[in-house]
Design a protein around this ligand. Structure first.
Ligand SMILES: NC(=O)c1ccc[n+]([C@@H]2O[C@H](COP(=O)([O-])OP(=O)(O)OC[C@H]3O[C@@H](n4cnc5c(N)ncnc54)[C@H](O)[C@@H]3O)[C@@H](O)[C@H]2O)c1
Length: 352
């Protein structure tokens, strides 16, 4: 790690930025804030996509590889770069088999990793804000308490699996450390996400439906979708739109809230998503099958809680509005078309 100090520039430490969503955030922020410098902290060294993605801004980007749980390293990173903002997104996302085989890994990476970073920044008087990237998974399974209208930031909360439990716990830890040590905190929660930079990093094995649709096109195969899944609904958005929303939050002085949903705000059926993709990518085709034969299954009865459309009025009040879905899909199609082998790979790296 080079010796570095931070005087005039705004330095942002982003954990998990070699991965999918926040690599888009890093790029958008670097584009919108010409004085900003970004420290990409991640464990993932598996491909060159993250470096390639940020290459236009290479003179304002440092890549540091390491494990968020390494307390000494995190102290060193904070003391070296003295970030004014931290965006913490490094995490392992839900994997049913892993949760059974090794439940403590979710606690270790997602909770202890957060604490490791919070301990590193707590004494740094230069830190202005700590942003925690959370998930709509904290809203949990539908219950009679779940709102029928869009799911707002106020809950109710009932995180079921350890991934969501760990994310909600981290939200509370971040908020408390901020109060104790005098830095601002912000939490953001996403619903389903697709878009540029999505690939298996070893920390996330469940890839989005648009990723699966793109893979089907690249393999020249028809996607098999269970009949019941066609009517299932989701709130899904491109990571590029998230990056625009996120950047708006980062650049806005004095936010009125400390937690924001970032999602489309629309409840879209899988049928409508498939049709929207077919309209922008004529090579794409799908066929209805039984659940047993399907590549894509989903339960249409799950419409509330985490499966609901999210209330994004807080983001809209800041003037943010996502581009239309078709445009988001076109942009993703074009991004993949540039280098399909690396940008929409068939194989998944094993968890390291
Ligand atoms: N993909 C989604 O639909 C979705 C939805 C809601 C919330 N999120 C949240 O968004 C964030 C980013 O997720 P993503 O979908 O981009 O996944 P991702 O796997 O592409 O990115 C996560 C990154 O964290 C890194 N990481 C994992 N463990 C680490 C460790 N111990 N030390 C250092 N780095 C580590 C991984 O290498 C990876 O690059 C996560 O916090 C996730 O909980 C994702």
């Amino acid at each position: 790690m080079p010796a570095a100090s931070n005087t005039m520039t705004n330095t942002v430490l982003i954990t998990g930025a070699a991965g999918f969503i926040v690599s888009n955030v890093a790029k958008e922020y670097l584009s919108a804030a010409p004085e900003a410098r970004v420290i990409v902290f991640d464990k993932y060294k598996g491909d060159d996509l993250a470096q390639e993605h940020l290459r236009p801004y290479a003179d304002r980007v440092e890549h540091v590889f390491g494990d968020i749980r390494d307390k000494a390293l995190m102290r060193d990173v904070v003391q070296t770069y003295r970030p004014q903002e931290v965006i913490h997104a490094a995490a392992i996302t839900h994997q049913a088999q892993l949760e059974r085989d090794d439940p403590s890994v979710f606690i270790d990476v997602n909770i202890n990793g957060t604490v490791s970073l919070l301990e590193a920044v707590k004494a740094d008087s230069g830190l202005r804000r700590f942003v925690y990237v959370s998930t709509g998974g904290v809203y949990g399974e539908p219950s009679e308490r779940s709102p029928a209208g869009p799911q707002g930031e106020e809950g109710p909360f009932d995180p079921p699996e350890l991934y969501a439990v760990s994310k909600y716990t981290s939200e509370l830890l971040v908020r408390r450390y901020g109060k104790l040590f005098g830095f601002e905190t912000l939490r953001v929660r996403f619903a389903d996400v697709f878009g540029p930079m999505e690939r298996a990093t070893g920390a996330r094995t469940t890839l989005s439906l648009p990723y699966g649709m793109m893979r089907a096109v690249l393999e020249g195969r028809t996607l098999k979708v269970s009949s019941s899944a066609l009517d299932a609904k989701m709130d899904i958005i491109s990571a590029e739109e998230i990056a625009l929303a996120f950047t708006r939050l980062l650049l806005q002085p004095g936010l009125p809230h400390d937690v924001y949903n970032i999602a489309s705000g629309q409840h879209l059926s899988i049928r409508d998503l498939l049709e929207a993709f077919r309209s922008v990518e004529p090579r794409f085709s799908y066929v209805e099958t039984t659940t047993a034969e399907a590549d894509v299954t989903a339960d249409p009865s799950l419409t509330r809680g985490r499966y609901n459309a999210y209330d994004v009025s807080r983001m809209r009040d800041l003037g943010w509005q996502p581009r239309p879905l078709k445009e988001q899909l076109e942009r993703y199609r074009d991004w993949v078309a540039h280098d399909p082998v690396n940008r929409c790979p068939a194989t998944s790296p094993a968890r390291s």
